[in-house]
Design a protein around this ligand. Structure first.
Ligand SMILES: Cc1cc2nc3c(=O)[nH]c(=O)nc-3n(C[C@H](O)[C@H](O)[C@H](O)COP(=O)(O)O)c2cc1C
Length: 303
């Protein structure tokens, strides 16, 4: 009997497949396509203290083997998520959900995490530190070990659920940032977020994206994500959630061999709304092909 289950800091998932934040909303749109209870879990849209309208359009650019987005954390704000999205989610999703939280100050992260920690359906809090720190010239929290650690400490002080810090790949030393978060009390690390990219509209002689630059993601970034997951899993002892360019059950297994305990699927959901479901369904056959009985046995097998 094949076993696809994995455990993230005490949270048991039937399988390691998790739609990534920002590509699955709060689950509601996808329930029209399939029963989302087949998933291990999903990470809901990055949520901030205040509602956000997001960036001006155009905020999407298509690329070879990927896409650039500059959505700008459009979300209804933490109060609306608690009052409207989570009660609705409960009616059709019967598993713990991953709460993805963003902030523009340490206080905002702490506030949102404290609020969401009290919600019964939240099984794990994922803290996106790719956001700019408005008090420090807009530098992303995730590009400095000290700033990432400060956010981690502040969030851990006000929460009871596992806290995973979601890292930005736009750094020179990902291991230094991951280690700083682990030392500050992170229960796990999630990586990678999007890579900074840019396209140019040559007719108009200006950037395609209204904000000039945006986050590049999709299959093109998969090898970078595997590399960073491997480096962080080697250096840290907390679990790692791998993310970046995953499109298939084979990619899930490769990411797990690099050291991921669970795997998030992002842009693929936007290309094919059934992508995450199809990956879940394809896992057993792929396990058989590779002689894997228990998926958790292969986590970090590549030394
Ligand atoms: C349209 C879009 C919106 C996103 N919004 C968020 C977000 O709100 N919070 C977050 O942590 N990551 C966000 N991400 C990043 C994804 O969760 C993921 O880390 C990244 O896209 C890499 O995975 P992929 O290559 O499978 O897309 C977003 C990505 C896309 C494409």
């Amino acid at each position: 009997m094949l076993d696809t289950s994995v455990v993230l800091s005490g949270l048991k998932l039937d399988n390691p497949v998790i739609p990534a934040s920002g590509t699955f909303g709060y689950g509601n749109e996808f329930r029209e396509f399939y029963d989302i209870n087949v998933l291990g879990s999903f990470s809901f849209k990055g949520t901030t203290r205040e509602p956000r309208f997001g960036n001006p359009t155009p905020r999407i650019a298509e690329c070879t083997a990927g896409m650039i987005n500059a959505v700008g954390l459009q979300n209804p704000g933490i109060e609306a998520v608690i009052a409207e999205e989570l009660p609705r989610l409960r009616t059709f999703f019967h598993k713990p959900v991953i709460a993805n939280i963003s902030g523009f100050s340490v206080e905002e992260y702490a506030y949102c995490c404290e609020r969401i920690d009290r919600e019964e359906q939240v099984g794990l809090i994922e803290v996106n530190v790719s956001c700019p720190n408005v008090r420090h010239g807009g530098m992303s929290f995730g590009t400095s070990p000290e700033a990432a650690a400060e956010v981690t400490r502040a969030v851990k002080a006000v929460t009871t659920k596992p806290v995973y810090i979601k890292l930005s790949p736009n750094v020179t030393d990902i291991v230094a940032i991951a280690r700083a978060c682990e030392e500050a009390g992170a229960d796990g690390i999630c990586l990678i977020n999007t890579m900074l990219g840019m396209r140019i509209d040559m007719q108009r002689r200006r950037a395609v994206i209204a904000n000039t630059m945006g986050g590049f993601s999709g299959p093109a970034i998969f090898p970078v994500a595997v590399r960073m997951v491997y480096q962080v899993a080697q250096a840290c002892s907390v679990p790692v959630i791998g993310c970046g360019g995953v499109q298939s059950a084979r990619d899930v297994i490769e990411m797990m061999m690099a050291g991921a305990t669970a795997v998030e699927v992002g842009a693929a959901n936007l290309v094919n709304p059934y992508a995450s479901k199809e990956i879940v369904e394809a896992l057993p056959a792929e396990m058989e092909r590779l002689g894997i009985e228990r998926l958790s046995d292969i986590i970090g097998v590549v030394a």
